[in-house]
Design a binder for this molecule. Structure first.
Ligand code: SF4
Length: 341
């Protein structure tokens, strides 16, 4: 079929032209988009479309650019719809029903002109690339295409190209084509901007909430560490106190067992016990050898010295075994018995 295909821009034309050509249609592209504002944007999209279509061998017919006509129909409907929701552009962007009437009027203007031109130029049918976008009202596009074709006496070739949208995006990026970020009219430009701002604000709020949650987690972890440090400090203090008590007990025990030291001990040694009784020091369990060396051996030496002074023998008065002499039990019968000094 000789088909006049309405195209809104270059990227949206990639997949519909491929599919319609594969189906055997003889295509020509019709660029009729009075909705696009500002005029520079209209020119830019047309230039992108032409550059690509020339490479594909597809003829491009430029339609009327009549922003006043668009403003008189779709623009008027859009203004009324926006006023009905209190000028809330974000609501218009996020609620399809708030902008459907405006878009229907927009489709009607562009597709009617395309169908009329198709009839005038001898095309058998008319189609559109608008149905590749998931952001458009696909059913409404189909209805308006049928209506326009019927009015012009040509056949409507409508197809839902949305399943090929991702491939169209991929190909247009690969080809380095200019890709606009709004549909075309001034309403859609404001709506796209409001949506971007809302998404940005939502991302910022999400980040702030995440940061706050992380701060709360960090504070909880720090509080836990502080509690552990305090617990450890209390334990260390308790251990230090225990060590001090044990040290004091050891010192007291040493003083008791190792003999008098210090002022009270010296007085005890010089004056003897105050109760008039003789007190024997209890030998410590250890070190016994040190205690003996300190207390017993001087007494032995004193006894021997006294024995020598009076010319007697100190044999037999040893409190321990005198290893320089033979044992008494082994004494020879010829040896005289030891006498007391
Ligand atoms: S959003 Fe797109 S289809 Fe709807 S009125 Fe604006 S330009 Fe037309």
């Amino acid at each position: 079929m000789k088909l006049l295909l309405h195209a809104c821009c270059g990227p949206c034309s990639l997949e519909p032209t491929r599919i319609l050509r594969a189906a055997g249609h003889d295509l020509a592209i019709y660029y009729a988009n009075s909705n696009i504002a500002p005029a520079d944007e209209h020119v830019r999209r047309l230039a992108t479309l032409r550059t690509w279509a020339d490479g594909e061998g597809l003829p491009v017919i430029e339609g009327l650019y009549d922003p006043a006509a668009w403003k008189a129909c779709a623009g008027r409907v859009g203004t009324a719809a926006l006023a009905a929701i209190g000028g809330d552009v974000l609501r218009s962007a996020t609620e399809p029903s708030a902008r459907e009437a405006r878009c229907r009027a927009c489709y009607r203007l562009r597709l009617s002109e395309t169908a009329r031109t198709a009839a005038e130029l001898g095309f058998d049918g008319v189609g559109t690339t608008l149905s590749v976008s998931p952001y458009q009202f696909t059913e409404v596009i189909g209805e308006e295409l049928e209506r326009a074709a019927a009015g012009a006496g040509v056949r409507a070739v409508f197809e839902d190209f949305r399943p090929f949208y991702d491939e169209a995006v991929r190909r247009s990026r690969a080809l380095g084509m200019y890709r606009q970020n709004y549909c075309g009219c001034r309403f859609s430009e404001a709506e796209a901007e409001a949506e971007r701002k809302a998404r940005k604000a939502a991302r910022a709020a999400e980040r702030a909430a995440r940061t706050e949650a992380q701060a709360a987690e960090r504070a909880a972890a720090e509080a836990e560490r502080a509690a552990r440090r305090a617990e450890r400090a209390a334990y260390d203090a308790k251990q230090a106190k225990k060590r001090a008590v044990l040290k004091a007990l050891r010192e007291r025990r040493r003083e008791t067992h190792d003999g008098p030291t210090g002022r009270d001990g010296a007085q005890h040694e010089q004056q003897g016990p105050r109760d008039g009784h003789r007190h024997f020091e209890t030998p410590p369990a250890r070190p016994l050898a040190a205690w003996l060396a300190k207390r017993v051996r001087p007494l032995k030496a004193k006894r021997r010295a006294a024995a020598r002074r009076i010319g007697g023998s100190d044999a037999g008065w040893s409190w321990g075994r005198d290893r320089s002499r033979p044992r008494l039990a082994n004494r020879s019968p010829s040896q005289p018995a030891p006498t007391r000094p």
